[in-house]
Design a protein around this ligand. Structure first.
Ligand code: XBP
Ligand code: MG
Length: 252
């Protein structure tokens, strides 16, 4: 089986969205609501143990705020805060405030030209994905992706493999011939759980994660004039990721 489809995570993989995108958007929503909740960059790293913004807020209250008395309408409060947070995030991304990681645009353009099928597989909210693609990758680029599998379309978020199963089903594909791109342990557990070979690019929040089972772990995708670093896995003799590299990795 040859490589014919690429499935991309978004947060941490296409762009470093978490520390300077999602985190300030959550904090702004908390401040607007008059809450004394505030997530600094270190605490946020710990909260990333849980994927999904609504799930993350509940985890924060349960594990870090024993002093907080939940109102009866707590689920509603979390849903409202999450809506407000999404508005802040969308505004930031629409200002072009969240650049893509190195090599991402180059690889997507080349993969598209090579006829590889593309999909997005993420736990974040769909609006967050479309605004990021539109403003950081380019106008109309959401159409490059055959499926954008995002957010609450499956009840169990990563590390559950459900969102990958959902995307593969929509594409009418099994795991063979597909390669996933992830940045975190939760993401890798999800893609491996769906039987997918997975390329990992790390970021500051995920450097120390356990990437056992990844096909390769790289600092980033790299570019011809900005080599990446191989952190684990086979040395394919190339310091940036292109379609030839992906085909060789898939076959290895
Ligand atoms: C991303 C997430 C998301 C974002 C916030 O994980 O966990 O929750 O942090 O987005 P992954 P929402 O990269 O593994 O998909 O607030 O829209 O959930
Ligand atoms: Mg991620």
């Amino acid at each position: 089986m040859t490589l014919h489809a690429l499935l991309f995570d978004v947060d941490g993989t296409l762009a470093d969205t978490e520390r300077d995108g999602h985190r300030p958007a959550f904090n702004q929503a908390f401040a607007d609501a008059g809450l004394d909740w505030h997530w600094d960059a270190t605490l946020y790293g710990k909260l990333l143990a849980v994927t999904g913004g609504k799930e993350r807020m509940k985890y924060y209250i349960d594990h870090y705020r024993p002093d907080y008395r939940k109102p009866d309408s707590f689920d509603e409060l979390v849903a409202d805060l999450h809506k407000a947070k999404t508005q802040h995030y969308v505004a930031l991304a629409a200002r072009g405030g969240i650049p893509l990681r190195p090599g991402v645009k180059r690889l997507l353009v080349e993969a598209r030209g090579a006829g590889l099928r593309l999909a997005i597989v993420t736990t974040t909210t769909p609006e967050n994905v479309t605004v990021l693609l539109e403003h950081s990758l380019g106008s109309g680029t959401q159409n490059w992706f055959e499926v954008i599998a995002a957010g609450d379309v499956v009840p169990a978020k990563k590390p559950a493999p459900d969102i990958y199963h959902y995307a593969l089903e929509k594409m009418g594909l099994a795991h063979a011939g597909c390669l996933a791109f992830e940045d975190s342990e939760n993401g890798l557990r999800a893609s491996l759980g769906a039987g997918l070979k997975t390329l990992v690019t790390v970021n500051d929040y995920t450097l120390d994660h356990d990437f056992t089972g990844a096909a390769v772990v790289l600092s980033d995708l790299g570019d011809p004039d900005a080599p990446n670093r191989l952190l684990a896995g086979p040395d394919l003799g190339q310091s940036f990721v292109d379609v030839a590299y992906l085909k060789a990795l898939y076959a290895s």
